[in-house]
Design a protein around this ligand. Structure first.
Ligand SMILES: Cc1cc2nc3c(=O)[nH]c(=O)nc-3n(C[C@H](O)[C@H](O)[C@H](O)COP(=O)(O)O)c2cc1C
Length: 373
């Protein structure tokens, strides 16, 4: 039996059933602990043997830096930078860490993640309202430094940054803009010492828990422009070249909002747009009977995300904006990945598809991406 086949069977018959038997947040914790356990032993090499595609080395320019390959991990799985060497052994081209807030915060009270798995139909939708729990940028920076000291991590690391909930709740009027800029810059300042040349910073303005940020679309030029300036100053002080900056957006906007977002991102010299975060679209939620409060990911998001990716790609093209498109949202199989590429995406990020299909999904997507280059 070939090793990948063994890896598939392990995922479908052993690991996934055990994870899905648990409460979803407990399953998340167990998955992270499992990754960490693999790191502390020779098991790391076994992960590579079982799952790493022969096309893991397919260098791809994304947002001005070089990813190892075009298939990355979306934010939210390793919120605090745990298990990144094990994730690297699986062959990801980029690994998102976070969302990271400057100060530690607990996030929303549980239950805050819900799993809707239909074995018969083969569909998986998740609804989450985590509310950005984070150990804080300083602790995460230390953890990433420790990982680099012990392992050679070949994937680009994408540090997803967000504001503390208190900043969004407390400040009023124009003070909130200053608060947001300070939070993103402070988190970045803690992380700068561990950011390597092909890593990137992702600015998250789209988690459903940040509802007030939706009101900020008109202020985006100020927010993104000032942030770019501050980060450039910090990098110049270290004699480093400017950072690759990615803006992560929601799939729930109208085309006119996307036009504003693209204009603001390009004017602020952002390098890429990550499209998309989870959706709170009520039509989707009621169609799939997803009654919990929170953002929807997985199969229920696929059609909306593809449609909005096409809209966004057209807006970027018409604006002549030098922004790469990184697709995320309901990429559950090879076909979803290739359709996003055909729609204009340079790279893709996985989350719920990985939960459903396990690490063989990375292998399959890279093989298909290579075959249809
Ligand atoms: C449990 C969970 C937690 C998430 N946390 C974050 C987060 O902290 N920051 C972020 O930018 N996106 C977060 N996301 C969104 C994912 O990165 C991704 O954009 C979204 O789930 C759509 O992709 P998918 O359908 O492949 O999961 C989270 C998603 C899930 C399911």
């Amino acid at each position: 039996m070939d090793l990948l086949k063994l890896g598939r069977i392990l995922w479908r018959r052993v690991i996934r059933p055990r994870l899905f038997a648990k409460d979803p947040e407990e399953a998340h914790r167990v998955a992270i602990r499992l990754l960490e356990r693999f790191e502390s032993s020779h098991l790391l090499r076994i992960l590579g043997f079982l799952y790493r595609s022969p096309f893991s080395d397919m260098p791809t320019s994304v947002g001005g830096v070089r990813w190892r390959n075009p298939a990355g991990l979306a934010p939210g799985l390793t919120k605090d930078g745990r298990g990144i060497a094990a994730l690297d052994a699986l062959g990801f081209g980029a690994i998102s860490i976070g969302t990271i807030t400057p100060s530690p915060q607990p996030g929303s009270p549980p239950p805050r993640i819900f799993r809707h798995y239909d074995d018969h139909r083969g569909t998986l939708h998740l609804v989450n309202r985590y509310g950005i729990p984070s150990e804080g940028a300083m602790r995460i920076s230390e953890r990433v430094a420790a990982a680099h000291a012990r392992h050679r991590i070949r994937a680009s690391l994408i540090f997803s940054l967000g504001p503390n909930t208190a900043t969004l709740e407390k400040s009023r009027g124009s003070a909130i803009l200053d608060g947001l800029i300070n939070d993103y810059s402070l988190a970045a300042a803690f992380l700068l010492p561990v950011i390597r040349g092909d890593d990137a910073i992702q600015v998250n303005i789209s988690s459903p828990s940040m509802t007030r940020l939706h009101d900020f679309i008109p202020s985006l030029p100020d927010l993104l422009g000032t942030l770019r300036e501050r980060l450039d100053q910090m990098m110049a002080a270290l004699n480093n070249s400017p950072l690759s900056l990615i803006l992560k957006i929601s799939p729930d906007h109208q085309p006119k909002d996307y036009e504003l977002i693209v204009k603001a991102a390009a004017a602020s010299r952002f390098n890429a747009i990550e499209a998309f975060n989870t959706t709170t679209d009520m039509n989707i939620k009621s169609f799939y009977r997803l009654n919990e409060e929170g953002g929807v990911s997985g199969d229920a998001l696929t059609a909306l995300a593809l449609r909005q990716t096409k809209t966004l790609a057209q807006i970027i093209q018409e604006a002549g904006a030098p922004l790469d498109l990184i697709a995320s949202g309901g990429i559950m199989n090879i076909q979803d990945a290739l359709m996003r590429r055909n729609a204009g995406a340079k790279a893709i990020l996985l989350y719920t598809g990985l939960v459903k299909n396990g690490p063989p999904l990375i292998y399959d997507i890279l093989t298909a991406w290579h075959a249809t280059k």
